[in-house]
Design a protein around this ligand. Structure first.
Ligand code: CTP
Length: 413
């Protein structure tokens, strides 16, 4: 990246704060100017001395330092930056941001800024999945705050693993630079368009610890969201539980759901849209009456008989809307045999404009893999694409959909 940018790094109080030293070094190597605000808790993990040495700047720590206020107060710190990155963002800092607090320098700056804010969370996985943190993250995303990570993996605490690690420095840098150079969004063929995408599996509870689900990594769906954003669209990604980094750092709004019913509600709430793509592997059935407590093997007298109810078909529901139906509705058909025959049936029965069909039999390696071979079915016929990466499949689908929207607009004018 050639142009020098002014980055304000807010270091929160987490073990991963040490990674910020490397982050500062790398950002400066790339020509960026870095200023740092440290929270009180951050002092437990890194020293102002090392941060000041690396930034070649004073480090800002106090809201009520009168000298600071005269020289450079929180308003100027907020305004002088091209981007603010919060790393590591602890559960507490995220909660205070979501609540609009301004009782220390870090939160006051965050409340006073109108610049892009990128948050890189790091915390214990149980804190990350706690409903309070989930609520706060969703609130911040709705407020336009972008997230990068957390990554999955081992925690500093022994034996703990899951989502909660600060993403690695190269990924942080990529997210920072992407956020500052927003993909030529104004010029992209999908500029001004809204694209809604479903991705990942849904989990349908049997009891608090067990669930029914389809196999799905979410890779293709998430790639579609990235491709749509790269073409300039405003993107809402409604995703079931996946272990992928979420693409909110490039401006995708991510709505996390668990069940098919929640996914349908989230998609409806996201409408109107110009394009809707249903790449999620939605569980076809849910347990009619999930048990409130864990079903014990001993008390059940043998395996429990599960009574299932059919889930709503999200693709079909949206494709058949009479009001607010997106002009282009695209479904996927995941088949293990007779791919084209089943896909043709789905094109009709669901009311989709296109069906993207793929062979997901174990031998194909598509499930969880990075490559895909698809056939695109429309009322005009079938087009078979050669094997390519899921990234390329996503880009081609979105480019094709964009062309179609542009052609329709031209025809309507
Ligand atoms: N789909 C959906 N809601 C459901 C089931 C499927 O939105 N309850 C969508 C998927 O996201 C996909 C398409 O419908 O775009 C086809 O999904 P697939 O699992 O291949 O087919 P099903 O409709 O579930 O039919 P079957 O399981 O009989 O193949």
């Amino acid at each position: 990246m050639s142009s020098t940018k002014r980055i304000l790094l807010i270091i929160g109080g987490g073990i991963a704060a040490y990674k910020c030293l490397d982050l500062i070094r790398r950002l400066r190597e790339r020509g960026h100017h870095v200023r740092v605000v440290m929270t009180k808790a951050a002092h437990q993990f890194v020293t102002t001395l090392s941060v000041a040495a690396l930034t070649n700047e004073r480090v800002f720590t106090d809201l009520f330092d009168l000298d600071d206020e005269r020289e450079i107060g929180h308003i100027r710190l907020a305004r002088d930056a091209d981007l603010i990155i919060v790393a590591p963002a602890t559960a507490d800092l995220i909660a205070r941001m979501a609540g609009g607090h301004a009782d220390d320098l870090a939160t006051a700056v965050l409340l006073a800024t109108d610049k892009t804010v990128l948050v890189a969370p790091a915390m214990n996985p149980r804190m990350w999945v706690n409903p309070a943190t989930r609520r706060n993250v969703v609130q911040l995303q709705l407020d336009g705050i972008r997230f990068i990570g957390p990554a999955h993996g081992e925690m500093a605490e022994r034996g703990e693993s899951g989502p909660g690690r600060l993403v690695e420095v190269p990924d942080l840098i990529a997210a920072i630079e992407t956020a500052m150079a927003p993909l030529g969004a104004e010029q992209g063929p999908l500029a001004g368009r809204h694209v809604v995408i479903t991705s990942g599996p849904t989990h349908e509870p049997i009891d608090p610890v067990r669930y029914l689900a389809n196999r799905s990594s979410g890779k293709q769906g998430h790639e579609l969201a990235v491709a749509a954003a790269r073409l300039g669209a405003r993107v809402t990604l409604v995703t079931g539980p996946v272990s992928l980094a979420d693409p909110s750092s490039i401006g995708v709004r991510v709505v996390r759901v668990v069940t098919a019913a929640e996914m349908l509600e989230a998609v409806k709430a996201a409408l109107p849209a110009d394009i809707a793509i249903f790449a999620a592997a939605v569980a076809d059935w849910r347990v009619t009456a999930p048990n409130a407590s864990k079903i014990k093997k001993s008390s059940a007298g043998g395996p429990p008989a599960l009574t299932l109810t059919e889930n709503p078909d999200i693709l079909k529901t949206i494709a058949q809307l009479t009001k607010n139906r997106p002009p282009i509705v695209i479904g996927f058909a995941a088949e293990t045999q007779d791919v084209l025959a089943y896909a043709k049936k789905k094109l009709k029965s669901k009311g989709a404009d296109w069906i993207v069909a793929n062979d997901v039999s174990p031998a194909s390696g598509v499930m969880g893999g990075d490559r895909n071979t698809v056939h695109v079915l429309t009322s005009g016929g079938v087009e078979s694409w050669p094997e390519m990466s899921k990234t390329d499949v996503a880009r081609k689908i979105l480019e094709r959909a964009a062309e179609q929207l542009i052609a329709r607009r031209a025809a309507a004018e």
